[in-house]
Design a protein around this ligand. Structure first.
Ligand SMILES: Nc1ncnc2c1ncn2[C@@H]1O[C@H](COP(=O)(O)OP(=O)(O)O)[C@@H](O)[C@H]1O
Ligand SMILES: [Mg+2]
Length: 363
């Protein structure tokens, strides 16, 4: 699997070079096998080590794998929502290309590093250009990994465009981002783009089962389903919830998972929806407020789940349209931090209106 290349030029390891020093420190965290420590976050402990370990995205991973094997790696642009394996894929490529020389051959910069135009001009250029002296004769290329590239300034991106072109002979750039439209078109066109979609629940389940087995956890079937549901295809989220639930309770049940994340249980949502659809305004308000306080729910979580419930129940489409529209307005307002009590009143008011419309439609 991993190819090991001959020891490299000692000049490359010069500790006086700040770019390489920071790179080395990070490599240990991101790429190396973490020590088996109880406190190691599982997202790091179970980060795929090789391309074969990366779940889902088989077509993308196979393509990248083939290009890597044939030493024809293009500049890459991986984009998609968080926790879908973008960083892991690139780190696995680096491991495959460089084996234990991994830390010297890759410059990893993420959003926590300063990546203004100066860094592009200095650090990246330094890293990219040194290779031409020590590796000129070899076919091995270095890798510059720009994680969360959408957080880079426009100026830095423009500067990078030129750097990419200049060092294409011996350096490959891998850009990773969530929002591809924040990358300037000139950079996009220099890279081969791969879109990472949220993981299918089948893969999330499979990967979670692997961790459950390795950690010898006690997880019920409904607990596993709850984890998959709450993760929404974000594997990092799934593992984080699994770990925090494990710390909070010995057995990982549906209830424990929802309790740990503070999300309302499906049966709570059913109860709330029942009140919204059947009780008077005042009673609904009192009951929902009471449950909200007792169980510590956030109104936006309730609204999100109630919306899914509205999709499921039978009602004339014009009533549903109005209701969904109201709910989306509510969510929008809550994102600005409006008063929870007033918005709860508005939620109940929307349902009251929908109920009147239902009654009118039935006549
Ligand atoms: N496709 C995947 N297969 C297996 N594990 C994954 C996958 N995607 C994400 N993970 C898990 O989630 C964690 C975060 O993944 P990462 O590659 O950093 O996501 P991204 O860079 O897309 O936000 C990894 O450590 C790994 O444990
Ligand atoms: Mg990432």
């Amino acid at each position: 699997m991993a190819e090991v290349i001959s020891p490299m030029d000692v000049d490359e390891c010069d500790d006086d070079d700040p770019s390489l020093r920071s790179n080395k420190g990070k490599g240990v965290v991101a790429g190396g096998v973490p020590p088996d420590n109880r406190d190691t976050p599982w997202v790091e402990k179970y980060r795929p080590q090789s391309l074969d370990d990366v779940a889902a995205h088989r077509d993308i991973v196979d393509t990248i794998d083939r290009l890597t094997s044939e030493n024809r790696l293009p500049h890459l642009l991986l984009y998609g929502p968080p926790g879908t394996g973008k960083t892991s894929t690139i780190l696995a490529v680096a491991r495959k290309l460089y084996g234990n020389q991994f830390h010297n051959m890759i410059l990893e910069l993420n959003a926590s590093d300063d990546r203004g135009i100066d860094v592009v001009r200095q650090q990246i250029q330094d890293f990219a250009s040194t290779q031409s002296f020590s590796f000129g004769a070899k076919s091995y290329v270095k890798l510059v990994l720009l994680d969360e590239a959408d957080a880079m300034t426009k100026d830095a991106q423009f500067a990078l465009r030129r750097v990419i072109e200049k060092y294409t002979k011996n350096t490959r750039f891998a850009l990773i981002c969530n929002h591809v439209n924040k990358i300037i078109p000139a950079l996009q066109s220099r890279c081969t783009r791969f879109r990472f979609t949220p993981l299918d629940s089948v893969y999330v389940t499979e990967r979670l089962k692997h961790v459950v087995e390795a950690e010898r956890l006690d997880v019920t079937n409904s607990g596993l389903t709850a984890l998959v549901r709450l993760s929404n295809g974000d594997m990092r989220k799934a593992l984080n919830i699994l770990q925090s639930t494990h710390m909070a309770s010995p057995q990982i049940t549906e209830e424990a998972v929802y309790l740990c994340t503070g999300n309302p249980l499906p049966k709570d949502i059913e109860q709330i929806s029942y009140w919204l659809l059947n009780e008077s305004f005042a009673t609904s308000f009192i009951r929902i407020s009471e449950m909200k306080t007792r169980k510590g729910f956030a109104l936006v979580d309730i609204i999100r789940e109630v919306t899914l419930f509205v999709f499921k129940i039978k009602m004339p489409s014009d009533v549903r349209v109005q209701l969904i529209n109201d709910l989306s307005d509510l969510e929008y307002r809550l994102s600005f931090g409006c008063n929870d009590k007033l918005q709860l009143g508005s939620l109940i008011a929307s349902f009251t209106r929908a109920r009147s419309a239902l009654v009118a439609a039935a006549k």
